[in-house]
Design a protein around this ligand. Sequence first.
Ligand code: NAP
Length: 313
Amino acid sequence: MLLWSSDLQGLSLLCLFFCSRMGLLLKILVPFVGLVLAFCFYSKENFKPEMLKGKRVIITGASTGIGEQMAYHLARMGAHVLITARTEAKLQKVVTRCLELGAASAHYMNGSMEDMALAEDVVKEAKQLWGGLDMLILNHIGYTYFNYFDGDVEYIRKLLEINFLSYVAMTVSALPMLKESGGSILVVSSTAGKIGIPFVAPYSATKFALDGFFSSLRQELIIENINVSITLCILGYIATETAEKTVSHVMQKPGAPKEECALEIIKSGALRKRELYYPYTIVRIALLIRDWAPEFLDSLARNSLNVENVKKS
Ligand code: NAP
């Protein structure tokens, strides 16, 4: 009892001490937090669609999905667009729509990005058309299955060529023009390029490769004072036709809208951000948990999928 009352006394003294210091603490803390918030708010450049007016932009994989939506946003903003994919008929339709929406100019080149020569030719075409380049958006991907890894090494080699090597080849060809314009490179990646998600082993490998290459290259550009930004876009589940066809039976929630996703990618590139997380909260929280409790995140990733719907092929 004696001990208990002395404990209480100690606690009250501690409370009194904190209360007397609280005023002082608040006097320092409130202006400090205010200053930090004001700095964050005012130092952050806001996005304006005019930033893209007249800019010369290559968008790969723009016949469907997020790439197609990026082409439309850029067209509305008055940019010049050169889009790529394999299916010519779809590209023609996207080009026509871009011109209707107000693109300064719209062109396409079709072919498979398995062929590094195509990757280089697309950049050459931009030089011929516009004499320079302001933004390179690397977005295409090859066929991706959502299932247990089947052991096909040749498929991984092919996917690495399409999803990774062609990105590197286009960057190498485009860098001289981007250096001249102080331009930007946008690399569309995925949470599967930061976190181990089951059933996408080959795809995940290609997206992790993008992070390694472009994060290292970004550092070198900064060291050499080269004014070319690299934005890595980490996307969660987006409701494109391909993604819905491939994973909707396994996902417990619907995908985020592709139109908004496309706009966020363009904004992040225009603002020269290091990385974009979309949808922000879910992707950001997952990445925070990854560093502190990886096993917990692994179990969350497994439990967020209807694994029973994945049939071994
Ligand atoms: P999508 O609709 O399937 O678009 C893929 C594009 O790439 C199409 O234009 C396709 O056109 C083209 N393509 C396919 N194979 C090609 C090849 N061999 N050579 C050249 N082009 C080729 O995909 P999306 O869902 O919009 O995804 C776009 C990007 O977002 C990808 O980088 C993807 O990894 C990323 N992402 C998507 C999600 C999602 O849930 N949707 C999530 C995370 C990350 P053709 O078939 O005519 O060639």
